[in-house]
Design a binder for this molecule. Structure first.
Ligand SMILES: Nc1nc2c(ncn2[C@@H]2O[C@H](COP(=O)(O)OP(=O)(O)OP(=O)(O)O)[C@@H](O)[C@H]2O)c(=O)[nH]1
Ligand SMILES: [Mg+2]
Length: 316
C-alpha cells in the first residue's frame, strides 16, 4: 500500500471510538472530501456509492462509483454500525471518505446474487465468494494441470444455484487440444471458450463485456494470466505449475475485482482444490437449471445424480 494510503488508514483506525449516534454526526472537518454538510445532517447524506474490489483482513479496497471524483480507488474499514455483517467482493456499499484515499463503509446494499460454496459436502457452513456476479467462468486447462472435470461441474452447479450464467474457459490450448473439454461441457449446454498463450483473447473479451464474471478453477490453470491479458493494468502475479506434480503454486491468495476496458467486471479468485455443495438442494437446482442448461441431455442427468448423491443434509 502507498505510504500516504497507509497513513490515512492509520488515522482512521486510531481515531477515538465514537458511539453510533456520534458516527452519524461527524463534524464537517473530518470529511476532507469537499462534501460539506451541516453539523446535524446524517452521515448518509455524504456517502458515496462504491463497490468492494478486494477484502484483506478487515480492510477493504473500494472502487468509487461517483464519476465526478478524480480519486476512484480508496481503502476503507467497516463502520461499527455494520457490526459483524460480512462485506464481500462485489458488494455495493455506501462509503464516507475520511481522507483523499480512505473511508468508512456505512451501509451494504442488498445483493442481487451471491456465489457461495460450503466448507465441504457434509458441512453446510457457507463461504460466500462474491456478490452481484452475473456469470461464472470455470477455467480449466487442457493440460498442466490435467482437466478437473469434477471441479468444473461443481462450479457450474453453484453458478446455477446462484442464478449466474455458467461458462467454461479452456486455457492452454497451445499445449493440448480442447476437444474433450468442449464435447463434455457443450453437451451440458454450457458455452466453451478457448485461449492460446500469446494470442489475443478477443473471443473472451467479447463474451465478458458488460457482465460481472467470476473466474473459478484449480491453481495453475491460468486465471490470473487471463486477467492480465484482458485487463493490461491488472498486474496480477502468475505462478509456475510444477512439472513433477502438475500442481499450481496457489499464487493468488485473495479475491480481486477488475474493471474490464470494454465495460463490466472480472473477478480473479485463488485456486480451489474442492468446491463444497452442501448448500444446494435438489429441487431448487432442478428448477433453476431449466433455462440455463440442456436438461434433456444425459450429461445433465449425471449432474443431477451428483447433486442427489450429496450427503442428505438438505431439505429436499
Ligand atoms: N502454455 C500456456 N501456459 C499458460 C497459459 N495460461 C497460463 N499459463 C501458465 O500457467 C501458469 C499458471 O498461471 P496463473 O495465471 O498463475 O494460474 P492461476 O490459475 O492464476 O493460479 P493460482 O493463482 O495459483 O490459482 C503460468 O506459468 C502461466 O504462464 C496458456 O494459455 N498456455
Ligand atoms: Mg492466480
Amino acid at each position: 500500500m502507498a505510504r500516504n494510503a497507509r497513513e490515512a488508514l492509520y488515522l482512521v483506525v486510531s481515531r477515538r471510538r465514537v458511539s453510533l449516534e456520534e458516527e452519524d454526526h461527524i463534524p464537517t472537518r473530518q470529511l476532507q472530501d469537499g462534501g460539506r454538510r451541516s453539523k446535524n445532517q446524517p452521515a448518509h447524506a455524504n456517502a458515496y456509492p462504491a463497490m468492494v474490489t478486494t477484502v484483506d483482513r478487515g480492510r477493504f479496497e473500494l472502487l468509487l462509483l461517483d464519476p465526478t471524483r478524480s480519486q476512484t480507488r480508496i481503502s476503507a474499514i467497516k463502520a461499527r454500525q455494520i457490526g459483524r455483517k460480512g462485506v464481500i467482493v462485489g458488494d455495493n456499499v455506501k462509503v464516507i471518505p475520511t481522507s483523499k484515499d480512505a473511508g468508512r463503509i456505512i451501509a451494504v446494499q442488498p445483493r442481487n446474487t451471491v456465489l457461495r460454496r460450503s466448507a465441504d459436502d457434509s458441512n453446510t457452513r457457507e463461504k460466500p465468494i462474491v456478490a452481484n456476479a452475473t456469470q461464472l467462468a470455470a477455467v480449466i486447462a487442457t493440460t498442466s494441470p490435467e482437466p478437473n472435470f469434477g471441479l468444473g461441474e461443481r462450479a457450474i452447479i453453484a453458478a446455477i444455484d446462484a442464478k449466474l450464467t455458467p461458462l467454461v474457459i479452456a486455457t492452454k490450448c497451445d499445449l493440448a487440444a480442447p476437444n474433450n473439454l468442449r464435447d463434455y461441457f457443450e453437451a451440458l449446454g454450457v458455452e466453451v471458450l478457448t485461449t492460446v498463450k500469446g494470442q489475443n483473447v478477443d473471443n473472451v473479451a467479447k463474451r465478458l463485456t458488460d457482465q460481472t464474471t467470476v473466474l473459478i478453477g484449480e491453481s495453475g490453470v491460468g486465471k490470473s494470466s487471463l486477467v492480465n491479458a484482458l485487463v493490461p493494468a491488472a498486474g496480477r502475479e502468475t505462478g509456475h505449475v510444477s512439472s513433477a506434480t502438475s500442481f499450481g503454486r496457489h499464487t493468488s491468495s485473495s479475491v480481486v475485482a477488475f474493471a474490464l476496458p470494454s465495460g463490466g467486471l472480472l473477478i480473479d479468485t485463488p485456486g480451489l482444490r474442492t468446491f463444497g455443495l452442501a448448500h444446494i438442494t435438489v429441487k431448487e437446482f432442478e428448477t433453476k437449471a431449466r433455462n440455463r442448461l440442456n436438461t434433456d441431455s444425459e450429461k445433465f442427468q449425471e449432474l443431477l445424480k451428483l447433486v442427489q448423491d450429496l450427503p442428505a443434509l438438505r431439505n429436499y
